[in-house]
Write a protein that binds this ligand. Sequence first.
Ligand code: MV4
Length: 447
Amino acid sequence: MFSRILIANRGEIALRIIRACHELGIEAVAVFSEADRGAPYLETADEAICIGPATPAKSYLNIPAIISAAEVADVDAIHPGYGFLAENAHFAEICQECGITFIGPDAKSMRMLGDKVQARLVAQKARVPLVPGSEGELKDEAEAIKLANKIGYPVILKAAAGGGGRGMRVAHNDISLHKAFAAARAEAEAAFKNGALYLEKYIVEPRHVEVQVMADKSGNAVHFYERDCTIQRRHQKLIEESPCPVLDEKTREELCRSALRLVHEAKYHNAATVEFLLDRDKNFYFIEVNTRIQVEHPVTELVTGQDLIKWQIQIAAGNPLTLRQRDIKHTGVAMECRINAEDPARNFAPCPGPIHRFIVPGGPGVRVDTHLAQGSVVSPYYDSMVAKLIVHQPTREQAIATMKRALREFRIEPIKTTIPACLKILSHNLFVKNQVDTSFIERHMSS
Ligand code: MV4
């Protein structure tokens, strides 16, 4: 087992990883930018090292600075958290070359699954249901138009290097596809320095469902069931829950088994999330794989009673998964609200600034993951998430009631947050009745 781990991240996920280290008897080394100097969560670390200025490119994305800190602190491993360098295969490679274990998959599987065209081919090989679409990269516009006419409009163009909704274009006919092709290629080239595109049938009004999996270095893999992340705004998730409230047991079993086949095919190790779209007829289709621990992992931790960060560390250290699939039970309903420092009245514009009052909810069934405290300052340099409020109850109705109660207890002043927006969603009849799709926020919450 490792004796010291460096956490190449900040905020709530850095604190979450420090806690997991300490429960495993491992020392935690934090790094921080000048903007985060003095933050209270840093005091929970055994050591904290400044790695540069506030700008992410000069600190949390600065590979030489992070590797130097790791060498100075003499750590055995680096946990990247989510965002920043978590899905950077080059960084994973450098860690390995420096004799530091990267807590995540190896660079090869990260690169393979990070390329959405290759990920589709892996999924196909593993007999995972795919959205009908291109086999491999599109050669040119003519190929796209031919394929669109074969599978039928509407279709969606996506960037091979994209993901998370960037560089996508929907087309409803040959003329709009002609325009979309040039636009998508230019956008992909500019954003990812990789113009490779692929095409899929456009699934209308889907739900977003993802499966949490974990695989060890000996080829054992288990799933921790699914999360439903349908409630999003501009590809930013607002509310996540488990189980997916519209899945029947048989479909759910097939979904989770599909995710496991995919990670086996990729010879993957460590945590992965396999994302699917669920259409109105409850057909599911693979879309992409996230090769990191995700923001919403606590939802899964509450329904399974498992500590996913501890498993990531143990697997990276070469220990086997000592869990059998049948030992992983799903109990009740968990739901997470992301509390962001944003002003819903100003089109969700970030609202950084000092927090003079910070009163965190508690009581039965409530978990709060946050790195902030009274007197903290929300920095304009980073993500606007200030807390994750996660609840666990026997039923969805009870989970919604607990979530509303906890949201009303929360005091974050004087900055604006997404708490009122979350309360509005939780009271919406379509949300309560499970009649939402990924366009719910745009369609019903714009006012
Ligand atoms: C799609 C789709 C419809 N059909 N693919 C958006 C993010 C990226 N992970 C995949 N995305 C989508 N892919 C096909 N073939 C609709 C979306 C989509 C979406 C997916 C999940 C959650 C929210 C979304 C919002 C808009 C579009």
